[in-house]
Design a protein around this ligand. Sequence first.
Ligand code: ADP
Ligand code: MG
Length: 464
Amino acid sequence: MGAQPQAQATKGDPEVWREILAQIGRVVSKPQFATWFPSVCARVVSRERLELEVPNVFIKSWLVQHYQKVIQEATSRVLNATPEIIFHVVLAAEPVAPEPAPTATTSFPASVSVGNDDASSFSLNEEYTFENFAVGQSNRLAYGAAQLVAEAPSHTYNPLFLYGDVGLGKTHLLQAICHEFKRKHPHLKLRYISCEAFTNDFIAALATKQAKMIDRFRERYRKVDVLLVDDIHFLAGKSSTQEEFYHTFNALFSDKKQIVLSSDGPPEAIPTIEERLRSRIKWGMVASIEKPDYETRVLILKKKSELRGTPFPNDIVTFLASHIDTNVRALEGAVVKLNGHALITHRPITVDLAREVFKEYLREAGSPVSLEEIQSVVTGHYQVRLAELQSKKRNKAVAFPRQICMYLARRLTANSLEEIGRYFGGRDHSTVIYACDQMARHIDEDPQLRWQIDAFTAKLKRKS
Ligand code: ADP
Ligand code: MG
């Protein structure tokens, strides 16, 4: 509890912390590491206490919930002791810009009028609000960061960079920021634009060969309080637009204006983007949006069906969530399709109707794999007994196949983390997350294991 004065703390010992980070990097996947750990600093590293500084409560609670154990284990490995881990929330300082910034502003600048030529770039979908966004493990960080930015632009994360595959909610979140921002800060100026529209606008301005038109273009994007550019990966390979965007970025950034970007991959993955732009992007907050897990799919289906006027009963929601796991757009499509069929055929929305409507889809996807099947394929291969697999034993001969089971269950079944944990030895959901992270990492590094996992997967899919 109380501070122990005798605890010899090596204040902020960066080397030890770096070593701990390296250990953590070995057990969590690369994207997870990149999402959660770069913003963590060590304040005190000692055998009694590991005090860490994080930029907000959100990251703190995520780390506590999901990575406490990982941090603990990495720390014990490095220090040969198990210090108490304490998190401090330290509001992020503005990243240091290499260029001298103009006089710092403590409040938001007044809005700047840029004429009214922005109608084309400004059609927001009314449904893309924070309230209509289902939050789960796959998108919690992105959601939280987006909310913070809408609340206090340029005071939390700048830039905010959201990335994820198509249909996972990037545009929704960017526009949710816009809606919220317009409500909270009506006097400030905001511009939301797709990267493609930005590019076209720039090319059109250039084509006029008139300095006046280029100036107008620049005003449009630089005299705003918040600029949101969607699908920034579109910049790849467009060097003059990139150059222009880079200057836009710097102008806004040094004026302490908020920038929000979205992309289909992490900053590292945008091909042919200039290094200087990439490193500027990384000054801020980079948050990924993953494919929704089962729990989130359930939430999304509930929200979407409510929004379409017919809240689906639970059995339909769980049926759809178990079978459709590609992306959110597909879930949304399913809601629309089922509603449509019910309307046309004058039938109530039931699981039977859903089976009929998604017959093709279900045949393609095959019926879901069960936990029992996974367990039997894996124990058969590794020669472990079911009782052992479901026991609390931690020796490698049992723990490894168990982790494989959890990993396969997460990928191939519709069971929730809790269900998977319960089935494989009465573990909690964080153990399953940990197992999946570890496996993902091993698979990344070990082609033999990857092959084995693919073989299990093929076998399980054939069975069903
Ligand atoms: P992206 O821009 O990443 O390709 P979108 O933002 O266009 O994806 O999302 C595709 C559809 O899925 C939209 O209709 C959006 O409302 C919906 N969607 C995505 N994620 C969620 C979520 N977490 N909750 C509710 N709807 C979502
Ligand atoms: Mg989009």
